[in-house]
Design a binder for this molecule. Structure first.
Ligand code: FAD
Length: 388
């Protein structure tokens, strides 16, 4: 029977020293004050080009990141697979600036995609929209206002990159997910991703869009996407997440004087998320679902819907996923029970991964509530091991 309390299963892949390191890390980032200071110091050091890898690499990086290259991630991929957990390797470069970096990121993402296609333990590929266009360019494209020629070039580069990745995913028969970032440039991303689905999802979901269910408009967007898919006769791939940029969204809305696109409170986000999952499970003939969440209730809900509908636990239209370094009690217990589970594993040079690491640290402070749970389970497992 599925239990998220089973710490023996949850942490089987961690040695005693691994567990102690994780415990120390979560104790440290539990302090919002420390995380705030750490964040400022890190950006300061980055600005001055001071070396920071020596602090970050053995701590946050080791816990949340697979390595600098695809090859370096292989050890982790193999280890997780021993426990029926698959991997998604995410070349985590955020906020693409110059063309050269974006071109390099495109090449690495293509490499990562082909690597996944050949690898039995990597069932998806992934990228972030801002890897191939700046936020400013995506915003202008979303606003549909008049644009100058460099912006038009940048928009073209974005389109061509997404097209190339989607086509390669289709040719190699490996699903590709496009992450969601800020709401104000999501309209253009949605438009391009929908075009890719129309083209490459004729037989099954190859291209997946991401819906941030903390947004008030996403359930309606999901229903509209289904209507379009039915009319256009293609399949929808949907990655559900709650959304990682709530404060930024609310602040921008307040600064610019438009209504916040975010749900009024956590309970509203939770029920919107679960409504999205339930809607999808009623339309599995056309939608494949990727449940990207650390929320125990939402994960359990999906298992209950699988049972209610008499589906196999490893139905290939239904996937569960958590971030590497978080919520092992969910991932490994689901995998033990035979569900399709992946860990999202970022990889890349330390400098490039810093924004991701800072988000993880912030998400895991005591204020967000996640640390208590993680730390409690790690301590429980340490005690269990001591007593055997
Ligand atoms: C595999 C995977 C892929 C991901 N990909 C993306 C991505 O592409 N884009 C992205 O934005 N995020 C992504 N995330 C992060 C995700 O959006 C969440 O930030 C994170 O997973 C926490 O939400 P949760 O469902 O795990 O559960 P919980 O911890 O139960 O929920 C926390 C979330 O609830 C919401 N919330 C909290 N307080 C409030 C409030 N007062 N009012 C309204 N809502 C509130 C916020 O979204 C917050 O992040 C991904 C996460 C995973 C596991």
């Amino acid at each position: 029977m599925l239990s998220f309390e089973n710490t023996e299963v949850a942490f089987r892949y961690k040695s005693n020293p691994d567990l102690s390191r994780a415990s120390m890390l979560f104790h440290t980032i539990a302090s919002p004050g420390l995380v705030k200071i750490g964040k400022s110091l890190t950006y300061f050091a980055l600005k001055l080009h001071l070396p920071i890898a020596w602090v970050i690499k053995p701590t946050l990086y080791k816990h949340f990141v697979g390595g600098e290259t695809l090859d370096e991630c292989e050890k982790t991929v193999k280890l997780l697979r021993k426990y029926n957990v698959r991997s998604i390797l995410d070349y985590s470069v955020e906020g693409g600036k110059d063309k050269e970096t974006m071109q390099r990121t495109l090449e690495e993402t293509l490499r990562s995609l082909v690597h996944a296609a050949k690898h039995p333990d990597i069932p998806f590929s992934v990228f972030k929209p801002t890897a191939f266009a700046s936020q400013q360019v995506l915003t202008l494209a979303s606003e549909n206002t008049s644009i100058d020629s460099p912006t038009a070039d940048a928009i073209r580069f974005f389109r061509e990159s997404v097209e190339k990745l989607s086509l390669t995913a289709f040719e190699n028969d490996i699903p590709i997910m496009i992450d969601a970032e800020d709401s104000w440039y999501q309209p253009f991303v949605d438009q391009v991703v929908t075009e890719m689905m129309e083209k490459y999802n004729k037989k099954k979901a190859i291209v997946y869009n991401t819906l941030q269910m903390y947004r008030t408009d996403r359930l309606e967007f999901l229903k509209e996407s289904l209507r379009k898919a039915e009319t256009g006769n293609y399949f929808l791939g949907i990655k559900f997440v709650r959304g990682a940029y709530m404060e930024k969204e609310r602040k921008r809305a307040a600064d610019k004087g438009y209504p916040s696109p975010i749900q009024p409170d956590k309970a509203a986000t939770d029920s919107n998320y679960d409504a999205g999952i339930a809607f999808t499970m009623d339309h599995l003939d056309r939608i494949s679902v990727f449940n990207g969440s650390h929320n125990e209730k939402s994960n359990r809900l999906l298992t209950e819907l699988i049972a209610q509908k008499g589906l196999h636990r490893d139905d290939d239209r239904i996937w569960f996923s958590q971030l590497y370094g978080m919520s092992d009690h969910i991932s490994f217990n689901l995998a033990e029970e035979g569900y399709n589970v992946t860990k999202y594993i970022p990889y890349g040079p330390v400098r490039n991964i810093l924004p991701y690491l800072i988000r993880r640290a912030e998400e895991n402070t005591s204020i967000s509530g996640q640390t208590g749970r993680e730390l409690g389970l790690i301590e429980l497992e340490k005690r269990r091991r001591k007593n055997i």
